[in-house]
Structure formats: C-alpha cells, structure tokens
Design a protein around this ligand. Structure first.
Ligand code: ADE
Length: 268
C-alpha cells in the first residue's frame, strides 16, 4: 500500500528525506507501522505543501471571501500539489495500480471515521491525505478532485483540532494495523472493540483484561479466568463487554439490539 501525506508540517510525521520517505522516528516510523514501512509493505511519502507555493514567501493561505475570521488554504497551491503527488505515485507504481488513489481530507465537518471505514481503507492500494490548517482548504479543491478520483472528508471526533495532521496519524494507525502481517495475530483484529471484522465481540467495546501476577496491590484476577472453562470464560468476557458498552456507549447497545445477529438470547 502507498500512503502520501501533504502537509505544511512534514516534521510532524518524523524525519523526512528528499524523496519524501520517512525515517525511523515519529508516528509513521516506530512500532509495528514503522516495521511495515521498513519491510516495504507500506510506502509512506510525506510532502511539504509549501513546495507548490509560487511566491517568495511560500504563501499557502489567503483571506476568506465573504469575510470571517482566519485564513483559507489556497486552491491553486493544493491543486498543483495533488496533481504532482498523484502523477509521481502513478509513475513509480509497478505494476500499474488496479484502482485510482483515494483522497482523504480530515476535517471536523467530515463523516465520522469508523472501524468499518478503516477496514475499507486497508483494502485500498493508494491513499492520499490532505492536511488542512487554519479555517480549512478552499472547497473547490475537494469538488474538483471528486471529478477524477474518490474523495472522503472524514472527522475523527466531535472536537476541533488545529489541523489535519493528528487526525491523519490516527487514521493511518487504525488502517495500517489491519493490513495483513502488521499485527501478527489476526485474532487481535476480530476481538477489537467495534469488532469490524466479525469476532465474538462484534459491535461491543472490549472488556477488561488481566495478566500476571494473580494478586496485585490486593486486587485479584477474576476466578473464572483461571478456571480453564473456555465456555464460562467466553460467557464472562461477553457479559463484561456488554456491561462496559452499556455504561460507556449505550448507543452501541441500541444499534446491536436492532441488528438481527447483534445480541443473543442470553444477552438480554
Ligand atoms: N481537523 C480538525 N479537527 C478535526 C477532526 N475532529 N477530525 C478530523 N480532522 C480535523
């Protein structure tokens, strides 16, 4: 999979070489995602938007038409950056990619980024992320891009960040851990909270987990987990997942209750 990120803060993602490749630090360079990059399973490229600015000050923003606070990112700079990033990826792709790139624009005005969307992005061969700053990117950039490639505007939550970079780090991590071989143990996906991949905990938050020692600061590991009774353990884990979900995310329980296979008889 290829992932291009266009930003005015390339350093946010770690040390970036002249070819846009990231070094072994920062959110794309460490841990399992870093290893996937080193193996070549994921080809990360980070680009400085200012490289496509045409004036001496490398200006990327301007005042908004219609007035209002803040600045808006210029369409001409973004248009040239995206053209160039898409063309470069096309030229280096071998063999030619089966599907066009998908452009992902993180914005608080976007559709919610979910585990389901993460799984669909993990099946793409090329993602291009456009990180906005200030009041956002001139709306014609997304409108024009939609005429030639799939485009998603996505939000990682109901709060406003200073820019898209942190959202991209979140999205990339959620997507990359789903790629074959990145996590190692496929089971660790199917039991994820939100269990997009249909495990026993599908649609529920993960319950509590424990490891050695059995007693720590006077707190015991629940007996059932030491019992060796796999059915009893599975039932306990599901009950705990239900309890936690009902407390933290009652909306998820309501959604499961309306799904034919969401809750079983013993859950009620
Ligand atoms: N940019 C600023 N806030 C954001 C959010 N909540 N999600 C995605 N991108 C953003």
């Amino acid at each position: 999979m290829r992932i291009d990120i266009v930003t005015i803060f390339p350093d946010y993602f770690g040390p970036v070489g002249a070819d846009g490749r990231v070094g072994d630090a920062g959110p794309l360079g460490v841990s399992l995602i870093g290893k996937a990059g080193v193996r070549g399973d994921i080809d990360f490229r980070v680009h400085d938007l200012r490289a496509w600015a045409t004036d001496v000050h490398h200006t990327v923003d301007d005042t908004p038409f219609g007035g209002g606070p803040g600045m808006v990112m210029k369409p001409d700079v973004w248009g040239d950056a995206l053209d160039s990033v898409l063309a470069a990826a096309q030229a280096t792709a071998a063999p030619a990619p089966a599907a066009p790139a998908r452009l992902v624009v993180p914005t608080p005005s976007g559709a919610p980024f979910t585990q389901e969307l993460a799984a669909s992005y993990a099946a793409e061969s090329h993602l291009v992320f456009a990180c906005g700053r200030y009041e956002g990117i001139d709306s014609r950039v997304v409108a024009e891009a939609r005429t030639r490639l799939p485009v998603d505007e996505v939000s990682i939550g109901d709060y406003v960040l200073a820019g898209g970079e942190a959202a991209v780090a979140v999205i990339v991590e959620a997507v990359c851990r789903l790629l074959p071989g990145v996590l190692g143990n496929e089971q660790s996906h199917s039991d994820d909270s939100f269990g997009g991949t249909g495990g026993a905990m599908s649609g529920l938050l993960e319950g509590p987990v424990y490891t050695r020692p059995r007693t720590w600061r006077g707190l015991e590991v629940p007996d059932v987990l030491l019992s060796g009774h796999h059915k009893a353990i599975a039932r306990w884990q599901r009950d705990e997942a239900l309890r936690r979900t009902a407390a933290a995310r009652p909306d998820l329980i309501r959604r499961l209750a309306t799904r034919g296979d969401g809750l079983d008889k013993r859950d009620r």
